[in-house]
Every structure is written in C-alpha cells, then in structure tokens.
Design a protein around this ligand. Sequence first.
Ligand code: 5GP
Ligand code: MG
Length: 188
Amino acid sequence: MDLNSDVERILWTEEQILERVSELGSQLTRDFESRAITPVLVGVATGAFIFLADLVRKIQLPMNVDFVRVESYGSGTVSNGKPKISCDLKVDVRGRHVILVEDIVDTGNTLSCVIDYLKSKGASSISVCTLLDKPARRKVHFELVGEGKYYCGFECPDYFVVGYGFDFDEQYRNLPYVGVLKPEIYES
Ligand code: 5GP
Ligand code: MG
C-alpha cells in the first residue's frame, strides 16, 4: 500500500518545511534568550509531535518539553466544536513562559481550550507556535497571555491536509511532506 498515491498534491515539501522550522527556531531563540526563566514547549498531541521534534532542535536554549492531549476530531474531517483536555501536563507551568506548539489552527476551538487550561495552571505568558494556520476557517477568537507572541509557519488554504504529523483516521502522519488528501479517500 502506497500512502503517497492517496495524496492529490504536495503543498510543502520536506525541505521547505525544515527551512521554515529552522527560521521559527531562530526567531524563538532570539525572542526568549533574554528572559530570566526558561520556556516550556507544550505540544498538542498527536498532530504536533513531528513539528515539535524538529522545532526543539532548532531552539538554542535550555527548555522543558511536555504534551497535552485534546480530543475534538474523532475520525472525520470536521471538528465537533467542543474540545476537551484528555491528558494532563507533567511539567509545572506556574510562573513559566509557555510556547504552545500546534500542528494547525483551524476554527480556533482547540487553541482557545488549551490556552484557558494553561492559564488555569498559572503560566505567566502563553505564546503559540503553529506550523499551519487556516485563517479562512476561524470561528473562535483566542487571546495570548502576558508577553505571548504568535508564530506561524505557513498560511494554509482551505483543504484537508495530511503528512508531517497530520492524520486522516490515524494514518498518513509519517509522510515527510504536507499534502492534500484526495477527497475520495474521506468521502468513501
Ligand atoms: P480547531 O480546533 O482549530 O478547529 O482544529 C484544530 C485541530 O483540527 C488541529 O489540531 C488538527 O488536529 C485538526 N485539523 C484541522 N484542519 C486539519 C487538516 O486539514 N488536516 C488534519 N489532518 N487535521 C486538521
Ligand atoms: Mg491537533
């Protein structure tokens, strides 16, 4: 079975992604190196695991890494709109600068839920670093906390994408690029 044949077109190649991740890493390094307290990078599982793994190696600072898990999507391609935190943090983020690492910001539901959660845990600032952003689909407004900043890899057109961590029905995450899934795959 060849996963590549289910992809209609590649939006960003492995090389393009790694170049952009490198730029984001340098930017984060510059922005956080002068802060007295080291940052905590919190990945949203499972989708952000590859992005987070590549990103942390491009940040030249001491840091902590942790994950939260949020359930919202099920196996379809449309969010059910009510995300829940289903797996807690291990690192204490009280008084810390949190950099929330997301695969994609779509409606904004997941992000606003995780931001509220991190706020309730006492983070002193919350920044967001997302690989992709689909601004056309935004429904929920979210606010960064403290001196938090927003970092985005690429603006994504309104297609359902897979690869580089993105799944459809828990498949395709291991493709090295981000591509558009053939609609017949999720419509069948
Ligand atoms: P939101 O809560 O912002 O609507 O959705 C965020 C989550 O929806 C993302 O973390 C991601 O898991 C999922 N999502 C949104 N768009 C896509 C897409 O094009 N492909 C995949 N695989 N997941 C998506
Ligand atoms: Mg996600």
